[in-house]
Write a protein that binds this ligand. Sequence first.
Ligand code: SF4
Length: 388
Amino acid sequence: MRNASVTHAQFEQGPIRPPSEAYSLLLRVTRNCPWNRCEFCHIYKGQKFSLRTVDEVKKDIDIVHERVSEVKALSWELGMGGEITSSLVNEIFNNPDRYPEGFRSIILWLYAGGKTVFLQDANSLVLKTDDLVDVLKYVRERFPSIERITTYARAKTVAKKTVEELRDLGRLGLSRIHIGLETGYDRLLEYIQKGVTAKEHIEAGQKVKEAGISLSEYVMPGLGGKGMWREHATETAKVLNQIDPDFIRVRTLKVLRTMPLYQKIESGEFIPLTDDEIVMEERLLIQTLDGIHSTFASDHILNLLEEVEGRFPEDKEKMLAVIDRYLALPVREKANFRLGRRAGGYRSLDDLSNGELHSQVEKAMSRIESESPGGLDQAISDMMESFI
Ligand code: SF4
């Protein structure tokens, strides 16, 4: 009988990972977020933070190891010679009753090469360094071919580690840390209850760099709202200029009812920016970035201009040119692009010259306007909600 040897032991996985870790093995070393107060974040609200013991995590690693053996055995059984093929992926995805939950994430990980691991949840560096060292050693012992291990961390926590501790983690394979900078403007950091200052962000970022670990800093366009957008852009750029991270990744603000910031919108205290204003804010951010060598990435579906990507300093003008091209579009074309992008039709501004696609978006726009005059922004906003 097919998969007679499949076990049903489960390993834990948390809810999120960065877009760039979509095909990494997710290993949960803590549960939820030890801070959990950021006003723009709803992921862990109502969830209690807890550390997992090294033994618990090791048991999960053992289960993953066992699953990998089972997947390979299945491949032999189905005549695929132990290879991880698309047919094997289909077999597992098409038969959810036959293969327990963990199989799907394992097969996707293996199909993508099985070389990367992401440690969850929000702040793995809150673990004692010795415990993290044990976990990293065990991952590499069980999976010697792993090439990249990455994690999220809070700047406040990273700033408390010594460069030597971080260097040890780097030596054992922690190759990249993702930090949610969000903004470098102190007043705004306080307003959104990030629980960290610009100075601490700089200290944390510089330590990670000094330890030789790759650093990804996340910035949130739109976070300053109408009241603080200028300072948000310029002060964030100044912080990044002092860190010079390997990656700057943007993820545009979208406020859901489940986020504390929503109450401030309802009361009129926080006034969100329009799409065009966010693009202008992003322009100011990029314009103010200087003396860095970072790769700028817009790899999140919430960002309007996905093609604003490149490396500093050589691609700075190219990125600004994309923004200027969008800002120079006639009002109706901008609306067409915004709707087409959020509906998943457009990836870049060049797609506006795809006549068939353009006219489909135009028809959708006319329909929205006739059914609900002035309702285009709401329709776009609803689409964005479904991305989170
Ligand atoms: S630190 Fe990260 S996960 Fe925790 S509340 Fe803030 S944004 Fe959310």
